[in-house]
Design a binder for this molecule. Structure first.
Ligand SMILES: NC(=O)c1ccc[n+]([C@@H]2O[C@H](COP(=O)([O-])OP(=O)(O)OC[C@H]3O[C@@H](n4cnc5c(N)ncnc54)[C@H](O)[C@@H]3O)[C@@H](O)[C@H]2O)c1
Length: 318
């Protein structure tokens, strides 16, 4: 069975991936500096065969073990976190990324880099099929979100250039708005689905940025992890970048109405000014992954929302 190194494995996606890999019989070494992740996410794996954890900042150093697959998930992903941590965000996508690729080269491991749909920037409209891996990017520089979007964009270029110069196999993964249980354990405020649920459960108005007509495509974590496991099972694909997400977008105002209905909250919404440079549309074209492994997301939004049982009151923009 391949041995995995998960950098950033104590975060939201990482701990779900750790569970799926251990359940499938793989060995998993998680390294994480816990800047946004938490040991609470690692607790369920304590004592499990094949599991190991090291607290480590990969922008400073990487472990010296022997691995078959190295997965780079390490980066603050909640906008509240990455806007507060621009330097760490840029370092982990550049220095940390390079250190992990050097390790992958040394031990001849496959390399999986987690990028983001934020590399597309602020498109005013989106093609009806969604954003494909080859769609252009429109990023405005010099504001709160740009260290994350440019960090991911630089990281993608660094991975491609590195593997032009060096032998090895790699894949760049662009997740589109993944959600589910266990998001944002440290910063409770920052991502829209847990925020809305937290407010709705506490009978508070849902705070909507702008008019709420902006669209997002939300992919449930179980669908997302299922896709990753299919990729690992099948092996490296004949392309270098892949979008993973749910191609069925929802307007934020409609998401708010659904969450209020599910939690029987009748407080009127509270509208606040839109964040500057917030993307208005975000919808993936998943044709590439669909034809590679036959993957299709299956969790509906209501079912997905119900799967998030405990979220704290997020406080936030009050
Ligand atoms: N969740 C999403 O919807 C989404 C969307 C697009 C991209 N992504 C990407 O997927 C990856 C995982 O996202 P997530 O939602 O689980 O975020 P997260 O913040 O919950 O997890 C990131 C983890 O990386 C760790 N980390 C950060 N810097 C580190 C460093 N220098 N050294 C070691 N560990 C470090 C954090 O402590 C945390 O445990 C990130 O790279 C993110 O950019 C996520």
């Amino acid at each position: 069975m391949p041995r995995f190194l998960l950098a950033g494995g104590a975060g939201f996606i990482g701990h779900h991936l750790t569970r799926a890999l251990l359940d499938a019989g793989h060995e998993v070494h998680v390294v994480d500096n816990l800047v946004t992740g938490t040991m609470a996410n690692m607790k369920e794996f304590e004592g499990r065969r094949g599991f190991d954890f090291t607290e480590l900042d990969i922008s400073q150093s990487v472990p010296s073990g022997d691995y078959d697959r190295i997965v780079h998930l390490a980066c603050p992903a909640n906008p509240t976190d990455y806007q507060a941590l621009p330097m760490q965000t840029l370092e982990v996508n550049s220095i940390g990324n390079l250190k992990l690729m050097d390790l992958a080269k040394k031990v001849e491991a496959e390399y999986y880099f987690f990028s983001s749909s934020e590399v597309y920037g602020q498109h005013a409209t989106v093609p009806s099929n969604g954003l494909s891996e080859d769609s252009a990017s429109i990023i405005h520089l010099g504001h709160g979100r740009s260290p994350y979007s440019t960090g991911k964009m630089f990281a993608e270029e660094l991975v491609k250039a590195y593997y032009k110069r060096n032998d090895g196999k790699y894949l760049i993964i662009r997740p589109f708005n993944v959600y589910g249980p266990g998001m944002d354990p440290k910063t409770s405020y920052g991502r829209v689905i847990p925020n809305f649920i937290g407010w709705a459960k506490n009978g508070k108005p849902l705070v909507i940025n702008g008019d709420g007509l902006q669209e997002r495509s939300f992919c449930h974590i179980n669908d997302f992890i299922g896709c990753m496991m299919q990729i690992f099972d099948k092996g490296m694909p004949p392309f270098d970048t892949v979008n993973i997400g749910n191609p069925d977008p929802v307007r934020i105002i409609d998401l708010a109405a659904r969450i209020n209905a599910l939690f029987k909250n009748d407080s009127p919404h509270r509208f606040v000014p839109r964040y500057e440079f917030e993307p208005l549309f975000r919808k993936p074209d998943i044709g590439r992954i669909r034809s590679w492994v036959g993957w299709e997301p299956t969790r509906g939004l209501d079912e997905g929302i119900r799967s998030i049982s405990s979220v704290p009151d997020p406080g936030g923009r009050w």
